[in-house]
Design a protein around this ligand. Sequence first.
Ligand SMILES: NC(=O)c1ccc[n+]([C@@H]2O[C@H](COP(=O)([O-])OP(=O)(O)OC[C@H]3O[C@@H](n4cnc5c(N)ncnc54)[C@H](OP(=O)(O)O)[C@@H]3O)[C@@H](O)[C@H]2O)c1
Length: 279
Amino acid sequence: MKILITGSNGMLGHDLINVLGKKHDLVPTTSKTLDITDKKQTIEYICDKKPDIVINSAAYTDVDGCEENQDLAYSVNAQGVRNLALACREIDCALLHISTDYVFDGTATEPIREDGQIGPISVYGKSKLEGEEAIQEILDKYFIVRTAWLYGINGRNFPKTMLELAENHKEIKVVYDEVGSPTYTLDLAEGISQLIETDYYGIYHLTNSGHCSWCEFARYIFEISKKDVEVIPVTASEFARPAPRPSYSVLENRNWIEKGFKPLRNYRQAINEYIELIL
Ligand SMILES: NC(=O)c1ccc[n+]([C@@H]2O[C@H](COP(=O)([O-])OP(=O)(O)OC[C@H]3O[C@@H](n4cnc5c(N)ncnc54)[C@H](OP(=O)(O)O)[C@@H]3O)[C@@H](O)[C@H]2O)c1
């Protein structure tokens, strides 16, 4: 298959290239070669390359930055996604788009299904939801893959921050009242590689299995990396940040399982492999 990938310099983009490059013909793009906020360029570029599928891993992902730079958030995460959907419609190709657990409000008490009550509480979440809605309005052939708490080799992320802090801190304060499923971008990329072989279009939740709070995740990271750091649990409200985060955003990978795919491995197995790789 010929696959056009946006955001190929990003954390997930990097693993998509690694995984998909083994068996497909890729057209990797960055914000320099294809700025998805430019409607004309986006349509012309995609019509010229004629991919079988577009995978959109580009986004403005700075959750706090989105509160400050709302225009940029909507321009990339909503309008940019709309432009991609319009381009895909022109050449009748499918679009696989990455979305987020932040489209939910965090009030759920059990794993959230794909048709769970939507209600983003941050500009990032609202802009990502607008992107989802544009796709559903414009296309029939789409996969919307909501994922969460990503970490990978190529980018800043929570495990790397914890390991950096461990270099010169004996105690680290970490939020305990936000619960989710940490997800390794390599596992997600492998899941995406299976999904695009099908025509099982629709909305998917796709994360590593299991869930934890940030605090539990930090403790586990220090345990497996043998760092002697005490993790002090704090509430999200003690940790003032510009954007509110959902307090519970565990995603039930229901559609994924119902379509016969194997659940992604437990987040503990995944982070073990990742820590071994980066240490
Ligand atoms: N990180 C998480 O914890 C998390 C959780 C849930 C969902 N997600 C979603 O997963 C996807 C991948 O996230 P990630 O963490 O891998 O993102 P990332 O590392 O921040 O990469 C995003 C990429 O988007 C590109 N980009 C930004 N503006 C663009 C534009 N106008 N045109 C074209 N490209 C543009 C950037 O490209 P350049 O480098 O070329 O400028 C960047 O490399 C995103 O859709 C995100 O919303 C992430």
